[in-house]
Write a protein that binds this ligand. Structure first.
Ligand code: SER
Length: 324
């Protein structure tokens, strides 16, 4: 009995990241390793990273929708927590609806099942502003409001939120989630998202001093710098269980801007930068999402606070890209 207690006490966390080579996975893996140590964070993805596996070691090639394969890795490393970042984003999901549904849904159900069967103790899974739709009030969108998503991605995220809540209520699964706004980074580029313009614009500004935007100049969307997104994710996962009141997914926000406003901010550093607008099919996706988000529940329940705004983020990103 005593031995068992001591073992429980010293049991170390071991974290498995599914989708570790993606935009958020890359930076989350680095941050978690700096906190928990390299060996306590197992990176995994469907294929090896471009830079080579050794760079990301410990690394496993893993299909996030294959429950048996995940279980093998969980047992091999005695994994206690899973961060499931693998997903198909809004633009790609419109092109491949069935593939998107299968990946986005089977992966969360596989991981929820593993927790239900007590193979793992805690799950992180991201949702998105895409759970909202054209009928949702657009300004300071509340946690609980009309939710009628009009994209495949949004439908899959909303269904996933309901599953998370269901597994928590029925089986006591400790699953935690955030509805990310557009997440802006410079280290790893995203693929297939509608908010990706706000990343491309910085790279094109530095390289060509001009950018053609696929959204109209006044399309306002909620956004966040990667550093804040990673900090929010880890804060949520480290928060005391009793403070987590929402088991579907928390609204999360930092700031919001239009393509015109981000280009004005860039011009303060690169005065000869020019933006032009050529809205395409992605405009409709952006128009279906909120312009700003009310995230008071996250701020109250587990003390969420963002650090970066458009000005400080722009300065930081341009500095890094120019050095690159
Ligand atoms: N950034 C995502 C996208 O644009 C939204 O969560 O698809």
């Amino acid at each position: 009995m005593i031995r068992c207690k001591i073992e429980l006490y010293i049991m170390k966390e071991c974290i498995l990241i599914l989708g570790a080579c993606g935009q958020i996975g890359t930076e989350l893996t680095q941050k978690l390793r700096s906190i928990y140590g390299n060996d306590a964070v197992i990176a995994s993805d469907i294929r090896a990273p471009a830079s080579g596996i050794s760079e990301l070691a410990p690394f496993e090639i893993l299909d996030a929708s294959n429950k048996e394969a995940i279980l093998k890795v969980v047992q091999k490393h005695q994994v206690t927590q899973v961060y499931l970042l693998a997903a198909m984003l809004s633009v790609t999901a419109e092109k491949y609806p069935e593939k998107a549904w299968n990946l986005n849904m089977n992966s969360i159900l596989a991981v929820l099942d593993l927790a239900k069967e007590k193979h793992i103790q805690k799950i992180y899974w991201p949702s998105s502003i895409a759970v909202f739709g054209p009928t949702t009030p657009k300004i300071n969108t509340r946690q609980k409001t009309i939710m009628e998503p009009s994209t495949v991605y949004g439908i899959s995220k909303l269904a996933g939120e309901f599953w998370c809540n269901y597994y928590h209520q029925q089986y006591g699964v400790d699953v935690r989630s955030l509805r990310y706004p557009g997440v802006i980074s410079w280290k790893t580029k995203p693929g297939g998202g509608t908010t990706d313009y706000a990343i491309d614009i910085y790279f094109k500004a530095v390289k060509d001093r001009k950018y053609e935007c696929f959204l109209s100049k006044d399309t306002r969307l909620p956004m966040m710098y990667m550093e804040d997104a990673v900090n929010a994710t880890i804060a949520l996962m480290q928060a005391d269980k009793s403070s987590i009141k929402i088991r579907s997914s928390y609204n999360l926000a930092a700031f919001d801007f239009t393509p015109e406003e981000i280009s004005e901010e860039i011009k303060k550093h690169l005065p000869d930068f020019e933006i032009s607008y050529q809205p395409d099919f992605r405009q409709k996706i952006a128009d279906s999402w909120p312009q700003s988000i009310d995230d008071s529940e996250a701020r109250i329940d587990w003390n969420w606070q963002h650090e970066f705004n458009l000005k400080t983020m722009t300065k930081d990103i341009l500095n890094h890209i120019q050095k690159k």
